[in-house]
Design a protein around this ligand. Structure first.
Ligand code: DGL
Length: 304
């Protein structure tokens, strides 16, 4: 048994979809969640910068005595998972391999679509991960960065669960704009006949109802959040590191952005109250000495 918390981080609020899934799968586990809101989005940034952020936050979490680090950001996973695994002695889990594995299991016609940020899609990490599992599956990828903007805008503009809001309200602006944008992004994937679509960004499960409506009910949507939670549970179980189920968990939240905003908007993503969040400055992160053990072979795309 290991009562230490699980460290989970993302560029901002999207990784709370993974935290939500981890908390649901493992109710006895405590979580330290770090949202790098001040530097969000990671998607358009150079890969080396994102890798540096991953190492800084991994170091911050390590110093908070976590037993595992979950990179709950596809962009961060694609850019920095390998470096993080090389740098930290505790296990580091990414969100790409679990999503790729679930997609390979789900597809019947062996045509899989992936949507994500520019950083994730340009890295080719999903294609690499899917090929490593089953070279006979073809991956069709499209960057959909405006979905991230839309989730962020939606979180800042209303209250209640974001899924409900997209489904029921906002006829005037967001909803029609979303469907037009979604059709533009997703039609090429539909034309390629994918029967499975990976939501390759931790913001996207918040749009899954609407994305599902555009793709059609015969297309299977894969959320990396649930698959990652399964992998976290399996990995802790295999190491004998699960906490006692009877223990009442204590969750901690930290952000580089405004802590009150983080708590307010984060509660909507997490679907449970975040009473408070701690502010961590970028200067504090940058001051952490992170031993970058990357070598030339780090240029290979991480796919875990
Ligand atoms: N949540 C990030 C991911 O999964 C996307 C948001 C960003 O661009 O920072 O890739």
């Amino acid at each position: 048994m290991d009562k230490r918390p699980i460290g989970i981080f993302d560029s901002g609020l999207g990784g709370l979809t993974v935290a939500d899934a981890v908390m649901a799968a493992l109710p006895g586990e405590s979580v330290v969640y770090f949202g790098d809101t001040a530097r969000c989005p990671y998607g358009p940034r150079p890969r080396d910068d994102v890798r540096g952020f991953v190492l800084q936050i991994g170091e911050w979490l390590s110093r908070h005595d976590v037993k595992m680090i979950v990179v709950a950001c596809n962009t961060g996973t694609a850019a920095g998972l390998k470096a993080a695994r090389r740098t930290f002695t505790i296990p580091v889990i990414g969100v790409i391999e679990p999503g790729a594995r679930a997609a390979v299991t789900a597809t019947r016609n062996r045509r899989v679509g992936v949507i994500g940020t520019v950083g994730t899609i340009e890295s080719g990490a999903y294609s690499t991960a899917v090929r490593a599992i089953d070279a006979g599956v073809t991956v069709y990828s499209i960057a959909t960065p405006r979905f991230v903007d839309l989730v962020e805008a939606g979180l800042h503009m209303d209250s209640g669960a974001l899924e409900d809001w997209f489904a029921d309200a906002s006829d005037v602006f967001i909803r029609p704009a979303f469907y037009e944008m979604a059709r533009d992004y997703l039609d090429p994937l539909k034309r390629n006949g994918v029967d499975t679509l990976v939501l390759g960004c931790t913001h996207f499960p918040l749009l899954s109802t609407a994305i599902g409506q555009v793709m059609g009910s015969d297309v299977h949507l894969i959320s990396s959040a649930e698959e990652t939670a399964r992998q976290v549970a399996g990995s802790l179980r295999a190491r004998g590191q699960l906490s006692d189920e009877g223990v009442r968990p204590a969750h901690v939240f930290a952000t580089t952005g405004d802590p009150d905003e983080f708590a307010r908007f984060g509660s909507r993503v997490l679907r449970r109250p975040i009473v408070s969040a701690t502010h961590v400055s970028i200067a504090e992160l940058e001051a952490l000495e992170v031993p970058d053990r990357s070598t030339a072979d780090e240029e290979d795309v991480a796919c875990g």
